[in-house]
Design a protein around this ligand. Structure first.
Ligand SMILES: [Zn+2]
Ligand SMILES: [Zn+2]
Length: 248
């Protein structure tokens, strides 16, 4: 497979999550320098110890639609907090978000992380219409039955993430990914390749995921964010977002 460069990075964190180190402007400028045209800002939902106050999401309206040549989607990485797929953001809170990644994190759950329970949680979170992306699904801390979940993600129109940061840093994520994305290929499931960047210098850079996908000859047409227009169309159709800059 030839070199992959994503056009939209749809899972990133700013200083609003305190274990991240760059501002919205710094992230957008880094995206522009990298040649990206769309940036998803997805700071942590309230169950995370590192979450911003909920007003962070309420005030998204003041941010421009575009910084430089980069369009913004102002969203959240919501936490899946139990084995029933419940999110830590209710209808009102999530209504402020334009893009929602839903992820499991060990700090945000108290149930026993047995495969049958994690599987149930992933199956159920698909029923939440606000969720756009299933975040970093291959870490060892949350084992689950991949195949039925992957089929359900596709059935409910959820994009499945391949997460560069997770592949680099989380135990088991890379090994599991070889199995998981082979199943995505088998079932023709659209994925998004995101950095989960916590620092501007990491925006848009996905060398580990790129190598993995190349090794398994993963179809480019299934990597949804190689084309930012597809993501913009999704966001427009689902939430009525207009990609015009009100500050122009
Ligand atoms: Zn996460
Ligand atoms: Zn994240």
């Amino acid at each position: 497979m030839e070199h992959i460069q994503i056009a939209a990075d749809l899972h990133t964190h700013t200083v609003a999550s305190t274990h991240a180190y760059s501002t919205v402007q710094e992230m957008a400028h880094a995206a522009e320098a990298r040649g990206l045209t769309l940036l998803g800002i997805t700071d942590h939902g309230p169950a995370s110890p590192d979450a911003p106050h909920k007003w962070h999401f309420h005030n998204y309206k003041i941010l421009p639609r575009r910084i430089g040549s980069v369009w913004l989607l102002k969203g959240a990485e919501a936490d899946i907090i139990d084995e029933f797929g419940t999110l830590d953001m209710d209808e009102k809170e999530i209504s402020f978000c334009e893009w929602v990644v839903a992820s499991y994190h060990t700090a945000c759950v108290s149930f026993e992380r047995k495969p049958e329970l994690v599987t149930q949680g992933y199956l159920r979170v698909c029923e939440n219409p606000h969720v756009d992306v299933i975040g970093h699904p291959t870490t060892a801390m949350f084992p689950f039955d991949y195949e039925p979940c992957i089929k359900r993600f596709k059935e409910y129109g959820k994009l499945v993430e391949i997460n560069e940061s997770s592949l680099q840093w989380k135990p088991g994520a890379l090994q599991n990914a070889k199995v998981f994305y082979a199943l995505c290929k088998k079932w023709d499931v659209p994925i998004v390749l995101n950095t989960d960047a916590h620092y501007a210098g990491l925006v848009g850079k996905t060398p580990i995921a790129e190598q993995l996908l190349a090794d398994m000859d993963f179809p480019r047409r299934l990597i949804w964010n190689l084309d930012a227009e597809r993501i913009k169309e999704m966001a427009s159709a689902k939430r009525g977002i207009q990609f015009v800059n009100e500050y122009d």
